[in-house]
Structure formats: structure tokens, C-alpha cells
Design a protein around this ligand. Sequence first.
Ligand SMILES: [Zn+2]
Length: 211
Amino acid sequence: MKIYNPPLILQKLSSTFLHWRVDTKEREMFLTFDDGPTKGITPNILKVLEQYQAKATFFCNGKQARENPEIIEIIKQSGHYLGNHTYSHLNGWKTSAKDYLGDVKRSEEIFQSSLFRPPYGRITLQQAKMLNNQYHIIMWSIMTYDYHPKVNPEQSLIKLRIKAVPGSIILMHDSEKAADNVISILTGVLEYFSLLGFTFSSLEKVFPRKT
Ligand SMILES: [Zn+2]
């Protein structure tokens, strides 16, 4: 059984440095995409978002951003927001704080963002404290498991319809692994929650620039 919400205890323990949702009563939801940009996938996601006039946040890897500068430019020009997801998708639990920070810094110039999401959601307290001066560290409220070979989009959507509330941060992926599922899930979310009066914003308006 997949855990679609992060365990509450983890959310409470780490709420000083990590953001798991947006505090709002408005019917507003925050779509986020990790691990891109990816040719043939990110542009399709952008098209669907445009159809619904939805804005999103893309937590990109610096390495892939360097390889796909034209997609980064389109993301920016379309009014979406970029976040730093390290340069080489490091696992914080297996990386020294010094190396981790160095990898984040390597991406800084590309994204010029005050938002950071740790790959795999794995970050140590020390790393989080060090990044906290410069970044809002964004986790997620609901994981779609769009990358998982055993989760089909309909299962994922059923969970989302039950669990999403105003201020939810939804985690999807614009990566090869999620290619089979992400468009169906995204379209399903936009269709269903638009009818309920939800709007979809990037996280830029919620988290002010730190530097
Ligand atoms: Zn990732």
C-alpha cells in the first residue's frame, strides 16, 4: 500500500524548516513537478497546464536544465516558477553537508530561486539549517506516485480526490519514469478540481524571495 500523505509525525517534527502545505482557506492548490526538464515530456505538461490556465512550480535538476535551456526558458516565460532540486539529484542522507550545499550552489545561477526541494525528500537537519537562510524548503502534501510502475493513474486520482484540500502541494514528475502516467493524472486533477472551483498557482506568490 502506498503512503500518499507523508506521516504526520514527520511533518510535525520537521515543520520548522520544511513546508508540507500552504496555509490557506482559499480553494487553491499547488502543483509541483520534479526531476525535469525532459524533452518530449515537460513541453506536453506545459500544454496541459495552459489549457486550464494553471500555474505550477518545477523543481529541476541543474544538470538537466543545462542540457535543456530552451525548456527552462519556456517554463519561465509561461509564468511558472522554477525551484532548485540540486544539480545532480543527490540523496541528502548519503551526502556530506558540504558536498550537498556545493551541489545546490552549482544550480543557483540557473534557477535564481528561493525555493528548494530535496531529492527523494531526504535531507538532514544540518543541511536543512544551512539552506534555510537562503531557501524555503518545499516538501509535499500528496505524492501521486506517477513514476511508479504499479500505480495506474486512476488509483492515483481516487486518492487525490479524497485527500487534496485547499493549500495542498501535489508532487508529480516531468521525468522519463513518469511519462506513462503524468499527463493522465495531471489532466484528471485539473478537470476535477477546476469544477470544484479550485485554482492552481505557482509557489512563487506564497514564498517571498529570501535574497
Ligand atoms: Zn527528484
